[in-house]
Structure formats: structure tokens, C-alpha cells
Design a protein around this ligand. Structure first.
Ligand code: FHN
Length: 587
């Protein structure tokens, strides 16, 4: 039997790779979002379920599925040109159709379509040839074709289903097939664990590791058995997130091809997502949905090519880097850090500029244990060195880098900042919040101190950087922050849209903010506004306006956020991302 491996060694390559291609390809590419002349709402690959299409009618798609333009080498070339380091492709999605030559079901691309080829075999060969890593997606619980699989309640009586039978008869044998027939795989991407039981998740994970000890299993195998975490679809955590994790993401709105989904994200948006995710310690698994002819849509290809061009000159600031030493988002952009050992006795930070700061300068606050030495713009070897100066305010160190005005119009300029460690500890960051260049003070939950009441349970800040499980008014969040420009500030509580409350129950609880001897109280009620996160277009946050405070003195202040009354155990607890002080507009 093969040597067991630990997640850390399985994941070593994955930590460095940062950027992968997800491919959702199956029979659903044929209807492409339209069934019998009607557009079916939702994700393209969900058409069978959303349209409650009878199994025999959906099965009939296979007779017309003939992706004659499929060219595995071309797909691999597109991924490589984009700077992607691995591919993950659907071997079987929820519709139950195997996109490879399965021996335990005839419902597969070789047996049931005129195409008759095994595209996963061809893709595996093309990846090997090009030195690209490959993983397979497998839907282990939802299977709308199988009478015992989860999800099809229009053809099959849910009460008559036996999920264990499905697992033994189809899922496990097919997972075995994909692990034994296609050479080394770097990961199996399970999805929607649904009702799978802990021992069933454990068995699947164990089977993967037994057959391919180096193969990672993602968290969606269920019940905590994965090697790494797949975040929610298109979800990016608020800040630094420890451990191995990824954000699976769409280029438009759908995963599987939909002929009329033209909501393509722009190249700068996706580059920011890539940088933001990498700076928080994750990988960006970006999806393409090829057509039923086997072609990756041109809109995807051109965007990926542009991302690849940026990566060709900025790749050193992405691949193999460490996350930002600042745990929360920075107003002007994001930071990655050259891996230890990449330069003898020096440290390098990469400053990715998302939004050009007003003064044309970037302030790095709280950077300790090293002396800034030099900075230059990445991608232009002839560019002169940039001015860097060190100072301090309120006892906090500050490193200021002056940006070259010529970089203002570049797509995502990056500055390489070299530092010399001073002292035994080396680079460290005092991450207490500082009023940013815009005048705003961002008090992110992940930077707050979660103070718990008597029982010590309750309020906690979860891995996505959101304060949860908050029901006890004895619990509170507290921040100490550096104010640089005194003035009047509007105070906002920012929450993640949570499960909507029952009718008659307020969506958000009554809360109180205390700062500089002033108290602001908000009543239980609905949020005042909902906005999209500028960095993560599929995510939104809600704002509750608390009122205005006057902060007359520069320097350190403490702000606390409290619940005003206990929440019953069955009431939805608020999901708080933080508090924001916004300079009040002059009257
Ligand atoms: O239901 C699927 C969906 O179709 C798609 O495959 C995504 C990719 O992360 N996963 C599930 C929803 O989270």
C-alpha cells in the first residue's frame, strides 16, 4: 500500500499555484439555458432540475451531444496562456452524466453520444504533455439521473430513495474509475454533500487517499473530511484566512454554458479578485463553461488571455507568495509577500494598487521589525526607483511609498518593496486600525477584540472574518484605532445579509456603539442600505446607520459594539463584518 501523506505535503504545490481553471462541461451545454423555447432561470448546469425535465427527455440530449470542435490541447493552451497552474473538470455533475468512459454506467459520453471519444482521457494526456496539473470534479450526492441519488423528486419518490445504495452502486465505483484510469490527479473536487453521513464522507476521502496518496480532497466531500476548504461559490473572506482554501468563481453568472449569460466580469475585476484572494491566503479557481461543440466561449478566452498577459509581468507577486502580513483589507489595494528564502536576508512585499490614492502615496502602517530599503514598479526594469520614507505617528511606524504618476493608468500596478529585517523577529505588523487616506476608519470584525461574557461561549469571529453567534449582550466587540484627522463621523454597522428572519421578527437586532464618551443606539429593524462589495461583485453587505459622533482629538480611541438585549436562541444572530466611521459631509 502507498505511503500515507499529510495534507500539508499533498497541498505544497497547491499553495504555490494560486490560479486554476475550473471547467463545467456536460449535456447541459446543449440546451444552454433554454428548454422547449423557454429560458430557464438559474445556473446553466441546473437546467434539468430547475426545469423539472423528465429523465428520458434529458437523456435524449446525449444523442445530439457531439462536441466535434473539442480540442484538449487547445483548452490546455488557454489555461496556460492565462497563467493558470491547474485544471479541474467535471467528470460527473448533478445531472448524473459521466463525461468519461465509465464502465459502471452506460450513461456516459462514450457509450451514449455520437461523439464516442473520452475527453477526460484526451485532457489528461494534453495536461501531462504540457506539464499542467489536473483534478476531477465529482458530484457525490446529487444525481438527478439515478433513482437513489439526491435531488430528483419529480421522477423519483424521495421516500423510496436509498442513498447508501447510490453511493455503493454508482458514486464510489465511479470515483474509483476516475482515480485509476487517468493517471495522477492532484485533487478530487466533491460538491454539495447534502445528506451524506460522516462515515460516508470519510470513506470517500479515504478511497481517494488510498488510490492516490498525493491527491487532495476538497471540503465539499462533507463533514469536515477534506484536505482544504472550498469557500462558498464566488465568496471571498473579509481578510486573511488561515489554512488551505480556495474561492471557486464564475466569469459570468453561470458555471455550465448558457447562451444568453453575457454578464462577463471585466479583466481588472478578475485580476483584483485573484490578488485579493491570494493576499488573504487562498487560490482562485476560475470557471469556464464550454459550448456543446467543445469550444470555450471567446469572451472567456479573451479575458483569460489578458489576465495571462498581466501575470507574465507580475507573476512573481502572485505565484509562490505568502499572504499579506496585514490581516484586514487595505483601502488602496492588497499586499502579497515574497516567500521566505527568496532573497538572502531580505524581505519583499508586493503592493498591488487597486485604487489610486489621492496623494499618490501609499502608507503602510504598523510595519515593524524591518527597515524599508528600496521600491520599484514591477514590469518595467527601466523605471527609476521609487521614493520610500519611514516615519511614525501615535507610536505606530509608517512606511510611505510614492507611486510614479505614470503608473496611474496601468491595469493593476504593483510595487515591489524591499525591506531589511532589523532585529531577531523580522517583519511583523501591528494591525490596529488606522484612519485611511479617504478619512474613513474601517473597524473590521477580524481586527476587533471579541470580549465574551461569563460563560466564555457565544460571540466569535469566524474564519471568513465575520462576527457570529452573538446573542448575549455581555459579549461585545472592541477596537482601538488611530484617528489622524479629528471631525464628525457617521457610524455604520456593516453586516453580511443573513438568513431572513421570520415575518414579524426584525432582521437585525438593537445595538449600541460607544466611542469617545458618546453612545449611539440603533433599534431592531431592517438595514438602511444594501451594497455590493467593490472587490467581490457577487457579495453584498448591508449598512445600518447609527448616527453621528464627534471625535475632537487625534490619537488613539476605543470603540465598542454591543447588543442591547439578549437574542433568543432561535432568532438569527447578526453576521457583523464591522463598523465603519465615515467623515460626515459638511452641512
Ligand atoms: O450546484 C453546484 C453548481 O452547479 C456548481 O457546480 C458549483 C461550483 O462550485 N457548486 C455547486 C453549488 O455550490
Amino acid at each position: 500500500m502507498a505511503e500515507p501523506q499529510r495534507t500539508e505535503s499533498r497541498g505544497a504545490w497547491w499553495r504555490d499555484a494560486k490560479f486554476g481553471m475550473f471547467i463545467h462541461w456536460g449535456l447541459y451545454a446543449l440546451p444552454a439555458g433554454t428548454w422547449k423555447g423557454q429560458q430557464v432561470a438559474g445556473l446553466g448546469e441546473w437546467i434539468m432540475r430547475r426545469g423539472r425535465i423528465p429523465t428520458p427527455e434529458y437523456e435524449a440530449l446525449a444523442r445530439d451531444f457531439n462536441p466535434v470542435r473539442f480540442d484538449a490541447r487547445e483548452w490546455v493552451r488557454i489555461a496556460k496562456d492565462a497563467g493558470m497552474r491547474y485544471i479541474v473538470i467535471t467528470s460527473k455533475h448533478h445531472d448524473g452524466f459521466a463525461m468519461y468512459d465509465s464502465k459502471c454506467s452506460a450513461y456516459d459520453i462514450v457509450d451514449a453520444t455520437p461523439f464516442g471519444r473520452d475527453p477526460l482521457r484526451e485532457l489528461a494526456a494534453a495536461c501531462r504533455e504540457a506539464g499542467l496539473r489536473l483534478g476531477f470534479y465529482y458530484s457525490q450526492a446529487q444525481d438527478w439521473h439515478d433513482p437513489d441519488g439526491v435531488g430528483n423528486d419529480w421522477d423519483h419518490d424521495p421516500a423510496a430513495k436509498d442513498f447508501s445504495r447510490y453511493l455503493e452502486r454508482k458514486a464510489k465505483p465511479q470515483v474509483r474509475e476516475i482515480l485509476t484510469g487517468y493517471g495522477p490527479l492532484v485533487l478530487i473536487w466533491f460538491d454539495t454533500p447534502a445528506t451524506i453521513r460522516p462515515e460516508q464522507s470519510a470513506e470517500l476521502a479515504a478511497m481517494v487517499h488510498e488510490l492516490q496518496p498525493g491527491c487532495l480532497v476538497n471540503s465539499r466531500v462533507g463533514n469536515g473530511y477534506g484536505d482544504y476548504d472550498s469557500e462558498g461559490d464566488n465568496r471571498v473572506p473579509a481578510g486573511l484566512r488561515p489554512g488551505l482554501w480556495e474561492t471557486p468563481a464564475t466569469i459570468n453568472e453561470t458555471w455550465g454554458f448558457k447562451s444568453y449569460d453575457h454578464n462577463w466580469k471585466s479583466v481588472p475585476t478578475m485580476l483584483r479578485l485573484l490578488v485579493d484572494i491570494v493576499s488573504k491566503g487562498g487560490n482562485y479557481l476560475l470557471n469556464v463553461g464550454p459550448t456543446a461543440e467543445g469550444v470555450i466561449p471567446a469572451e472567456s478566452v479573451e479575458r483569460l488571455r489578458a489576465m495571462g498577459q498581466w501575470l507574465a509581468t507580475h507573476g512573481q507577486a502572485i505565484y509562490g507568495t505568502e499572504p499579506s502580513p496585514w490581516p484586514a483589507e487595505l483601502e488602496w489595494g492588497a499586499v502579497t509577500r515574497a516567500a521566505a528564502g527568496s532573497g538572502a536576508g531580505t524581505e519583499r512585499l508586493y503592493l498591488h494598487v487597486f485604487d489610486w490614492p489621492d496623494r499618490g502615496e501609499i502608507d503602510l502602517w504598523g510595519l515593524d521589525g524591518c527597515v524599508p530599503r528600496a521600491a520599484h514598479l514591477l514590469g518595467d526594469p527601466s523605471a527609476p526607483p521609487l521614493a520610500v520614507r519611514a516615519s511614525s505617528e501615535g507610536g505606530l511606524r509608517r512606511c510611505t511609498v510614492t507611486l510614479p504618476p505614470s503608473a496611474r493608468d496601468l491595469t493593476l500596478p504593483v510595487v515591489a518593496l524591499d525591506l531589511e529585517p532589523a532585529g531577531p523577529v523580522g517583519l511583523a505588523v501591528d494591525a490596529r486600525p488606522v484612519q485611511a487616506g479617504s478619512g474613513q476608519v474601517a473597524l473590521e470584525a477580524l481586527l476587533g477584540q471579541a470580549v465574551r461574557g461569563a460563560d466564555g461561549a457565544g460571540l466569535r469571529v469566524g474564519r471568513a472574518g465575520v462576527a457570529e453567534n452573538w446573542r448575549d449582550p455581555a459579549d461585545h466587540l472592541a477596537w482601538t484605532f488611530l484617528l489622524r484627522e479629528p471631525g464628525a463621523f457617521d457610524v455604520e454597522i456593516r453586516t453580511v445579509p443573513a438568513r431572513r428572519a421570520e415575518p414579524g421578527v426584525a432582521a437585525a437586532p438593537a445595538m449600541a456603539v460607544d466611542v469617545a464618551g458618546q453612545r449611539l443606539e440603533v433599534e431592531a429593524g431592517e438595514p438602511d442600505e444594501r451594497r455590493r462589495y467593490p472587490r467581490s461583485p457577487h457579495q453584498s453587505f448591508e449598512i445600518r446607520r447609527c448616527g453621528r459622533v464627534s471625535l475632537a482629538e487625534a490619537g488613539w480611541h476605543t470603540l465598542t459594539l454591543r447588543l442591547r438585549s439578549p437574542l433568543p436562541p432561535d432568532a438569527p444572530a447578526p453576521a457583523i463584518r464591522g463598523v465603519r466611521l465615515v467623515p460626515a459631509a459638511p452641512a
